[in-house]
Design a protein around this ligand. Structure first.
Ligand SMILES: *Cc1c(COP(=O)(O)O)cnc(C)c1O
Length: 370
């Protein structure tokens, strides 16, 4: 009897696999050459036994927490065979993600198109273009999704879709994700397991990663997500209704017109909504205390953290509280740090500033209940 086998062929060349291996090596190199980001611990006397830790994500090569996300989205796309040599990449963004993705697209020599609201800060637009990316503008924040999808389809490209893929592209169990980094850096501290981690939501990916990691590691830490004005997340979480929509946030990077698929409500222990004037005031105060400017969403985070600290102080409790410095305030010199812009937007931050300063120095919380 003879064995009937398929003919022996020359095995195929795999130029795409060769490209993918070179691409992964470049992405791994970017991680290997970077040190971990700082976990800073400023001293606020008024807070007594409550210690504040700020994970400083503004020191990545592209100056925001989106550096981690962009790297994960690229790895995810390449490992799933969707990003190949020459693939045109398209993203819907309020700016920071597009800056980081433009950086990685440039590293891998791939065309990149960012779809963003016209109001995106000029510093972010300049950064995207300097990395060789192109910007496509839309008038309303909720137009970015469909436009990005269409441009990607027309170019036979890949829509990176951070708002859907952020939670799944990040390996939440570890692999040096932001949660593993934070809890690792906390290990030698007097109160190593934080009472609360406080984080705002844009894609919702960071809060999803932190919330899942807390459960996975079986920690007692709780997660508070802080939302802003004109964002869908807060009402959606409180009403348990993912269909909520809103008009779109003024705090770049956070607050969304719809509940993004990467927002995972089940891992959140508490949510609060912070007025925009309080977010910006908190960014100003923190910038002065750290001797460098932080972005608006960092102000939201910091105000949320102080709100929790005030409740803990009232109950006579101490412990560690952690939040993030999401990006640098240098990108917002013409908005949150410009008195003319604040006035034109009807934002009076001075009463909030005074209230925050007093709280940090004396522990006296003079705010009305949120
Ligand atoms: C994206 C972003 C956030 C929120 O992070 P997510 O993981 O997308 O929820 C906060 N601040 C800034 C500046 C951002 O760009």
């Amino acid at each position: 009897m003879t064995c009937r086998c398929p003919d022996l062929d020359a095995l195929p060349e795999s130029p795409n696999r060769d490209w993918a291996r070179r691409a992964i090596a470049l992405l791994q190199g970017d991680g290997r050459r970077s040190a971990d980001t700082h976990l800073v611990n400023p001293v606020f006397r008024g807070l007594r036994e409550i210690k504040v830790y700020l994970k400083d994500e503004s020191t990545h090569p592209t100056a925001s927490l989106k550096h981690r996300l962009a790297r994960s989205l690229f790895l995810y796309g390449i490992c799933n065979g969707r990003i190949r040599q020459g693939t045109t990449l398209v993203e819907a963004s309020s700016g920071s993600t597009a800056v980081s993705e433009a950086y990685f697209a440039n590293l891998l020599d791939l065309p990149f198109i960012a779809v963003m609201p016209r109001s995106t800060s000029p510093a972010k637009i300049a950064a995207i273009e300097r990395f060789g990316g192109r910007c496509h503008f839309v008038d309303r924040a909720d137009e970015v999704y469909a436009t990005a999808e269409r441009i990607a389809r027309d170019a036979d490209g890949c829509y990176l879709d951070q708002f859907t893929n952020a939670e799944r592209a990040t390996d939440w169990r570890g692999n040096n994700n932001i949660a593993e980094s934070i809890f690792g850096q906390m290990e030698g501290e007097p109160a190593p397991v934080p009472e609360w981690v406080v984080m705002s939501a844009g894609t919702g990916g960071t809060s999803a990663t932190i919330g899942r990691y807390i459960r996975y590691r079986n920690l007692a830490t709780r997660l508070c997500v802080v939302d802003v004005e004109n964002s869908a997340f807060y009402d959606a979480w409180h009403r348990n209704d993912p269909g909520v929509t809103a008009s779109g946030s003024r705090i770049e990077g956070i607050g969304r017109p719809r509940v993004e698929p990467s927002f995972i409500p089940g891992v959140i222990d508490h949510m609060i909504r912070v007025p925009d004037a309080a977010s910006i005031a908190a960014a100003h105060v923190l910038s002065e205390r750290l001797f460098r400017r932080v972005g608006g969403s960092t102000g939201t985070n910091f105000f949320g953290l102080l709100w929790i600290a005030a409740s803990m102080l009232r109950e006579g409790r101490g412990g560690s509280l952690v939040t993030l410095i999401c990006d640098s305030g240098d990108r917002y010199a013409h908005t949150y740090y410009d008195t003319g812009w604040l006035r034109a937007n009807g934002l009076d931050i001075d009463p909030w500033r005074d209230m925050i300063e007093t709280f940090l120095d004396t522990g006296h919380w003079a705010g009305a209940p949120l």
